[in-house]
Design a protein around this ligand. Structure first.
Ligand SMILES: C[S@@+](CC[C@H](N)C(=O)[O-])C[C@H]1O[C@@H](n2cnc3c(N)ncnc32)[C@H](O)[C@@H]1O
Length: 231
């Protein structure tokens, strides 16, 4: 499925990052992109739900979601055509092309026209690479059907790591154009965060998981997002 408009130049940067990395991506990332499988286990979708992963990479998550939740229809969006080459091959190899549709484009430009309304929007270690992550979250919120859910797993603020480790990790992630979104986590933990939010922090504040419902009234907001969280 083609993108609505050319996603350059960020897409070009992502292609350069992943042109070679995509071949070793899944094997190497399993050691430090923590919390992805727990997010998948806890999706708890209704039969027939539609789910989009925004920044789907190699489709590693989409394939696991398809196997764990057989009634879902799945979509993946990614800025990197290079990553999508691997994703398309993996999806076809898994015999899941009839359930998983992939598209090239920017998270910030997602509209309901691309895949239609969805019941679940997943960001797995992509917000830390998406330049305008607030706009990407707003776009995901606009694509969610009423009662739809937003699921996020990503790096935390790293503040609980041993002395020195935070700086080393930030510098290393920077080599891959990854920036932990501390402002997002602060907002989720701050005064506007609802009491029964499903926010889970991993040890050392290394990463966090969030599951939140789209606001039915449009009044609720979580860190400025058009969603509310409930337990
Ligand atoms: C760290 S990888 C995570 C891949 C996958 N979600 C996972 O958990 O294995 C981040 C992905 O986000 C994509 N990405 C980065 N910026 C993007 C943007 N603005 N719009 C869409 N995808 C983007 C990258 O191309 C890459 O595939």
């Amino acid at each position: 499925m083609p993108a609505a408009r050319s996603p350059e130049p960020h897409a070009g940067l992502m292609d350069r990052v992943y042109r070679r990395q995509r071949h070793i991506y899944d094997f190497t990332r399993k050691y430090y992109l923590l919390g992805r499988d727990r997010l998948i286990q806890e999706l708890d979708p209704a039969p027939g739900d539609k789910l989009v992963e925004i920044g789907c990479g190699t489709a590693r998550n989409l394939i696991r979601i398809a196997r764990q939740w057989p009634d879902l229809t799945l979509y993946g969006l990614d800025a990197s055509e290079e990553m999508l080459k691997t994703a398309r091959a993996r999806v076809a190899g898994a015999g899941l092309s009839h359930r998983i549709t992939l598209a090239h484009g920017l998270a910030e430009d997602l509209t309901p026209h691309l895949f239609g309304g969805v019941d679940h929007a997943v960001f797995s270690y992509s917000l830390s690479m998406i330049p305008d992550w607030r706009r990407a979250l707003a776009a995901a919120g606009a694509t969610l059907n009423p009662g739809g859910r937003l699921h996020i797993v990503d790096f935390g603020d790293l503040k609980g790591l041993p002395p020195g480790a935070e700086a080393v990790l930030r510098a290393w992630l920077g080599l891959f154009h990854v920036t932990p979104r501390g402002e997002l986590l602060a907002g989720l933990e701050g005064g506007d965060a609802p009491a029964r939010g499903r926010l889970t922090l991993l040890p050392g504040r290394y990463a966090f998981r969030l599951s939140a419902y789209k606001s039915e009234t449009n009044q609720g907001s979580l860190c400025g997002l058009p969603v509310t969280a409930r337990g």
